[in-house]
Design a protein around this ligand. Sequence first.
Ligand code: FES
Length: 182
Amino acid sequence: MVLCKLLGMGIFMSEYKVDTEKLHRLGDYIDGLERSEGELINILREAQEIFGYLPQDVQLFIARKLGIPAAKVFGVATFYSFFTMEPRGKNVISVCMGTACFVKGSDLVLDELRSRLKIVNGNTSEDGMYTVDTVRCIGACGLAPVVLVNDKVHGRVQVDDVDALIKGISDGIASKPELVSK
Ligand code: FES
């Protein structure tokens, strides 16, 4: 019985073009939930934690495990900005595009970052070192424009600061102080 289940699971797993070991971890997580209804967001969070992003096959796997339409999984995954469908770079830079930040030039900072890091298609540099994306207001409007570097908040970032910001990241420490105003 157990063998059949495992064997069945192995064949099932092999349908997906993602790391099988990681898929097993995700399957174990789902199986360990007392009840899976209403847990889709937590399951997607766990999947992103395991894979670093949410590949299409992982979404399909989750849908099949839960017995729900893949469109529902996709709908939730695309609704929330903290879920990503593409691999993330080693460093994630998020530019706030909320109103307060936008009117103070966050779009220019975003363009400069993408240009300096040569990000043309998608959000991640070809070497996989950087992902540049956007966030909505993070509640630090007094420091606009705001940039998150690996979840650390940097305030009043201007286009002229981008070089130092990138150098800081490549040196291992973002040089612009967190939450410090000029
Ligand atoms: S609009 Fe950017 S922190 Fe509020």
